[in-house]
Design a protein around this ligand. Structure first.
Ligand SMILES: Nc1ncnc2c1ncn2[C@@H]1O[C@H](COP(=O)(O)OP(=O)(O)O)[C@@H](O)[C@H]1O
Ligand SMILES: CC(=O)OP(=O)(O)O
Ligand SMILES: [Mg+2]
Length: 384
C-alpha cells in the first residue's frame, strides 16, 4: 500500500490532497495553504475523524507553502511511502493532450508556457521541483487545464489574426479543464441523459470561466489564449477590447505594468476598489460593490446566452467553484429572467444549496468540483 499526493498551485493558494493509491483513490486529507504572502496559513480540512485545523505559517511564498504542506502531511501518511505526486499544470499548450510524466524534457517544454500563464505556470513548475526533492523515488505526473478543450472546433480555437499566428500557437486554449472533467464525469454518473446533451458549466472561483459541453466534449470556452479572457474574475479583467491595450501602451505603460493591472488589479477588485472576494462584496453596502457584482453577473448571463446559441439549445446549466457552489445570490441574479432558456430558479433549493436548484424545463445543478480527485485518478492510472 502507498500514499499519493496532489498539488494544485494557484496564484495565491496551493491546494493539496493526500490519498491511498487505489483504482478509485481513497481520500485521507484535503487542505490548502492560502493567502500566500506575509500572513499565510495552512488549512487541513475536516475529515471523518478530525476537525478543521488552521495553522498560521507567517510569511510564505509558493516554495515555503509547498514545504509547509510536505511537513503537514507526514502524520497523515502514517509512515506510508509516497509512490506518486500529481500536479495541476495550467498550461499544456497544444503539445499535451492528457496526463504526462514530468521528465526534465517535459518540464523544459512547460517552461516555455510561463509567459502565457504568469500567475500559475511558474508556481506549478516550482511545486514539481519541490515535490521531486521531497520524494525523489515518486512518479511525478502533470494534468493539464488545457487538455479538456483540445477538441475545440477551429472557430473556437482561432483568433481572426493572420494565420501564421495560429500556426505558432496563438490559439484559444481554454482552462479549468480538470474542473470540467470532474463535473462532466459526475454528470455522466448521476445524470447520464443530461450528460449526453447540451450543457453549460460555469466554473466561478477566483479564476472564472464557462464551458459549452456537448455529449461530454468541450466545444467552446470563455477563456482563451491566457487565463485573462472571458468572465471578469477576482483580480483579472476578463474580455477586453485589444484597443485598450494599445491605448495603455501609447500612454507609456510597459508590459510588466500592464500585466500587473490586467492580472492583479482588475476584475471584482478593480471595479469595486474594495475586494476581490465575493463574500466581502456581497456583504458590502458600497454602491461600487454592487456595480462590480452587476458587471460580473452581466458577463455570465451574456456568455450563457452565447453558449446556448452555439450549442443549439440548452439541456442543463451547472455551477461550480467557490462562488458557483456557495454564492446563492449570484446564482439567483444570473438566472433572473432566463425563462426563455427553460431556466427557472427554485428559491428554496437555491438557498439550501441542493444539487438541483431549478423547477423549470432545463435543470440547473450545483456540483462541488474536485480537481484534486481528477489528478489523483490520473496518477493512480499511471502508477498501475
Ligand atoms: N459562502 C460564500 N459566499 C459567497 N462567495 C463565496 C463563498 N465561499 C467562497 N466564496 C467565494 O469563492 C471565491 C473563491 O473560489 P475558489 O474556487 O475557492 O477559488 P480558487 O479559484 O482559488 O480555487 C472567492 O471569491 C470567495 O469569496
Ligand atoms: C486558470 C485559472 O484561472 O485558474 P484558477 O481559477 O485556479 O486561478
Ligand atoms: Mg481554482
Amino acid at each position: 500500500m502507498s500514499g499519493i499526493l496532489t498539488l494544485n498551485a494557484g496564484s495565491s493558494s496551493i491546494k493539496f490532497g493526500v490519498y491511498l493509491a487505489a483504482h478509485e483513490p481513497e481520500l485521507l486529507q484535503l487542505g490548502q495553504v492560502e493567502n500566500l504572502g506575509p500572513v499565510a496559513r495552512l488549512i487541513l480540512d475536516a475529515t471523518d475523524s478530525s476537525e478543521e485545523q488552521v495553522i498560521e505559517i507567517g510569511p510564505a511564498d509558493h516554495a515555503a507553502g509547498v514545504r509547509a504542506i510536505l511537513k503537514a502531511i507526514i502524520p497523515v501518511l502514517k509512515g506510508l511511502p509516497v509512490s506518486g505526486v500529481g500536479h495541476r499544470i495550467v498550461h499544456g499548450g497544444k503539445t499535451f493532450v492528457g496526463p504526462v510524466e514530468l521528465t526534465e524534457e517535459v518540464l523544459r517544454q512547460l517552461e516555455a508556457f510561463v509567459p502565457l500563464a504568469p500567475l500559475h505556470q511558474p508556481h506549478n513548475i516550482a511545486a514539481v521541483r519541490a515535490a521531486q526533492d521531497a520524494f525523489p523515488e515518486a512518479l511525478q505526473i502533470g494534468c493539464f487545464d488545457t487538455s479538456f478543450h483540445q477538441g475545440h472546433p477551429f472557430v473556437n480555437d482561432a483568433f481572426a489574426l493572420p494565420r501564421r499566428f495560429y500556426e505558432k500557437g496563438v490559439r484559444r486554449y481554454g482552462f479549468h479543464g480538470l474542473s470540467y472533467d470532474y463535473v462532466t464525469g459526475k454528470l455522466q454518473n448521476d445524470y447520464p441523459e443530461l450528460a449526453k446533451g447540451r450543457v453549460v458549466i460555469a466554473h466561478l472561483g477566483n479564476g472564472a470561466s464557462m464551458c459549452a459541453v456537448k455529449d461530454g466534449q468541450s466545444i467552446g470556452s470563455t477563456m482563451g489564449f491566457s487565463a485573462l479572457d472571458g468572465l471578469p474574475m477576482g483580480t483579472r479583467c476578463g474580455q477586453l477590447d485589444p484597443g485598450v491595450l494599445l491605448y495603455l501602451m501609447e500612454q507609456g505603460h510597459g508590459v510588466e505594468a500592464i500585466t500587473h493591472i490586467l492580472y492583479k488589479k482588475s476584475g471584482l477588485l478593480g471595479l469595486s476598489e474594495i475586494s476581490h472576494d465575493m463574500r466581502t462584496l456581497l456583504a458590502s453596502e458600497d454602491p461600487r460593490a454592487k456595480e462590480a457584482i452587476d458587471y460580473y453577473v452581466f458577463r455570465i448571463r451574456r456568455e450563457l446566452g452565447a453558449m446556448a446559441a452555439i450549442l443549439g439549445g440548452l439541456d442543463a446549466l451547472v455551477f461550480c467553484g467557490g462562488i458557483g457552489e456557495h454564492a446563492a445570490p449570484i446564482r439567483a441574479q444570473v438566472l433572473d429572467g432566463m425563462e426563455f432558456l427553460g431556466l427557472v430558479l427554485n428559491v428554496e433549493a437555491n438557498d439550501s444549496s441542493s444539487m438541483v436548484i431549478s423547477e423549470g424545463d432545463t435543470p440547473v445543478l450545483v456540483i462541488p468540483t474536485d480537481e484534486e480527485r481528477v489528478i489523483a485518478r490520473a496518477l493512480c492510472a499511471a502508477l498501475s
